[in-house]
Design a binder for this molecule. Structure first.
Ligand code: SF4
Length: 349
């Protein structure tokens, strides 16, 4: 008779060990990925056409894990929505589904639909300085359109109920400081049409020419954060570079195959370097013209900060002093940054 193989009993130390939060989040993410409906979400419209194409073509995400920071963001998001609903009423997390796009609108508080974004300190600062990205306006415009046309998929709303929406709102909440900033606009059917056109073009290209014909709107890992966090990163740019076999290459460098690719990349580098220098010159000129001035300026606001006297370690003096005392100066080995130099080739006589 074969003896039953029983699982090893956990030791006392294993039973006492704190459950791993990271493992729980990984498991949740994996389950979410499996159940993910492969239709494009309104939050992805206007972001990257290639990513939208992968969704449309039902490609399996290669990098589905979002990790602990995103998990914390989701939980915070849920808590804030609950507080808004309890305080002011309305419906939160309303499921919407059109023919080509689905979504879950954060808060419908007639006659306005709101989307809440919890952001890092950097993200919050970016919104304050650069304003709302177009894709976020697309997203709320699509929610408004789906609600207005009764394209809902929510047991709290009878199918086909046309919900009154006259305005759209985006609320950004900084996870670090708890500050929030709100941007509002009237519902704009033209913006909705633009978002639908964006989506229709992606669907058409996938159908006619396949996914790989749809352009990438991100510049890849290490350059664009949206690629670093993209669920299709490996599918789009290939697996991570293996330093053993590929040395100092990058995933983007795999696109530079022919001599023409190489020449085009060098020319691109040269063009953007010139544009960067020119932009910096203009910015510095405007900055000098603003010295001593602050306050509102139309839709913008200007203020200066810093300039205070502070005490810092004088590294040179500290090293000198250590040497005087006969101490060994602490060092660490680092790799110097790789630098690139593109110059004009001398013309032939
Ligand atoms: S990795 Fe970047 S370029 Fe590729 S699909 Fe994702 S966001 Fe788009």
């Amino acid at each position: 008779m074969t003896a039953a193989v029983l699982p090893t009993r956990p030791t006392a130390a294993e039973r006492r060990a704190a459950p791993s939060l990271a493992a729980a989040v990984r498991d949740l993410d994996a389950r979410r990925a499996r159940s993910r409906q492969r239709m494009i979400g309104a939050s992805e419209v206007g972001e990257c056409r290639r990513r939208a194409a992968y969704r449309i073509a039902r490609r399996r995400p290669t990098n589905p894990r979002t990790g602990l920071p995103a998990f914390l963001g989701t939980e915070l998001h849920r808590g804030v929505l609950r507080a808004l609903r309890r305080q002011y009423g309305g419906l939160t997390e309303v499921a919407l589904a059109g023919e080509q796009v689905k979504g879950r609108c954060d808060w419908w508080h007639a006659p306005v639909v709101e989307d809440l974004k919890t952001t890092s300190r950097g993200g919050f600062e970016r919104v304050l300085t650069r304003g709302v990205p177009a894709k976020h306006w697309f997203q709320v415009a699509l929610y408004a359109w789906l609600l207005r046309t009764g394209q809902t998929h929510d047991r709290r709303l009878p199918v086909g109920t046309e919900c009154g929406v006259e305005g759209v709102r985006l609320r950004y909440l900084s996870r670090d400081s708890g500050e929030d900033v709100v941007f509002e606009a009237d519902y704009d059917p033209l913006l909705t049409a633009e978002a639908i056109l964006w989506l229709t073009e992606v669907y058409a290209t996938v159908e006619d020419d396949g996914v790989d014909a749809v352009p990438r709107d991100g510049f890849g890992p290490g350059v664009d954060a949206m690629c670093d966090w993209c669920p299709f990163l490996d599918l789009c740019w290939g697996p991570p570079v293996d330093p053993e076999t590929e040395g100092d290459l990058s995933r983007q460098s795999r696109l530079t195959v022919t001599e023409e690719d190489y020449v085009e990349a060098v020319e691109d580098y040269d063009r953007w370097r010139a544009a960067e220098g020119e932009a910096r010159r203009h910015k510095e000129y405007a900055r000098e013209r603003l010295r001593g001035r602050s306050g509102p300026a139309g839709e913008l606001h200007c203020e200066w900060s810093g300039g205070n006297v502070r005490t810092q370690v004088d590294k040179d003096a500290a090293v000198e002093r250590l040497v005087e005392l006969g101490e060994i100066v602490p060092t660490r080995r680092t790799r110097s940054p790789r630098s690139i130099r593109v110059t004009r080739a001398a013309s032939a006589e």
